[in-house]
Write a protein that binds this ligand. Sequence first.
Ligand SMILES: [Zn+2]
Length: 497
Amino acid sequence: MATILELYRVDYWKYRAEGNANIVLQYIGPHSHLRNTVLRLRKANRLDDPGTELQGTNFGDDTMTKKDLTVESHFATEVIGLLLGQEFVEQLIAVALPPGFLPSLALAIEPSRPESRRQKGIDLAQSVGFLALDHTRFIKPSPGQSDVAVEIKPKWGFLTKSAFLRKDQDIKRRKCRFCMYQHQKIKTGQEGTLSKYCPIDLFSGTELLVQDAVDALVDTPQNNLRLFVDGIQKSVNRESMAQCLSAPSTSATTQLQEQQQKRKPQWMEGDDPLDYEEDDSGPVRLTDVLTKILIESPLLRRLGRLQQALDSLDVETVHQLYTYLIEHDAAHLPEPTVEEFLETAEAFMDRTDMNAMMTEDQDTFESHNAAGLGFEPEDLEELPEPLQLHFIREFLLSATLKDCSILITIQRDTATVGVATTANATLSRLEVDAGSEFHEACHRIKVKEEMFLYKIICIDLDPKKMTSVPMYLKKDRTIVNHYLATVGDHEAACGAN
Ligand SMILES: [Zn+2]
């Protein structure tokens, strides 16, 4: 664990964002080796009197120990890293938090926090925090260029083909979870309008469908699309998405015009260049670049196939296994440890040919996936207990992958505009301490004759709980029943267009 003295000044940190479990602060101090970092701290329930809590170190019952915190960070790097590939998982550096630092920090950032999140605060009992790269920016700034980052929460990228599905759940083979859930969200007032986005299109790997899905996310972003320019969050709409890449540096504009001139047909020589247009020669839109990256990078395909392969049984069957185990030993169904999750992931990888999984067409992948289980629905109750546990854990790993986000960071690459090769990746490093460094892999991609740099990573990879299985089942049934009651089974299947 690193002790980095430059970290521990309250005025070096600015509130950035928070979720239910963690709060993220951005480094704004003078040290260049920390310039691009964020500090992630765990939250805990406040005691009744917030004033007392901010001055003391006494917290509610969900305070985690130092050991737990470190182990939890291993879940993403080791377990999900094994499944998705280490290069797609966020790197964390554990840093010691000296006594007295957190209470002052908590007081200082309190005014910046949204009211709705203040029922929890920084867990003052934690002695370990995590330093991470600010992935909305690149390690190396490029003068005159903006870093544009897009965070996509893609959700469930598959229609179940499980042989274990009940007859009355058959709609799940045709309509995706996201599209059905939209109707439930309207009913509860969580959303005002239906999203135009369908994950099946985004995960399809077909350029036109991916482009449609990205455009739909821009039109109805809900909480599935966020935009950052130079680390600052911007509202998402067609204008903001168009503008953030629309002001190339002078050299890039000149080169683009030169390229357009070069491609100009002979008969047009001498015409005003402004009158010359062809379908793919307009300014490159951010959505064009995103589409190309999502198709070129293996991450989205890997994510979608893992979600499906780890959820071969469907929640109905997983809940049945959960019930058998509870009936057998009601008092003892502990949450999986990181080691147990790792064993589950390793066993899954042993029975799975990842190369085939990544290259097979959808039908072949699904038939291999079903055959790989080695048992039929009628064998379920007879499965040995360790196997029953194993398949519940696989389902929980799938749940993590259904709930994560993909962060793509893009910058114009003026240094190599016009260079044909797109496959090379370069590694940048940021040494934060002797022996501790961050690295990021930057790829190059050519979109409509312009070159861009990008990095892509998966974030929000938290372990899911065994005790949530009954909740998952309840939610799934509510969504399906509401969809069937209000819409019925007559719409076109997702992905059928
Ligand atoms: Zn859908």
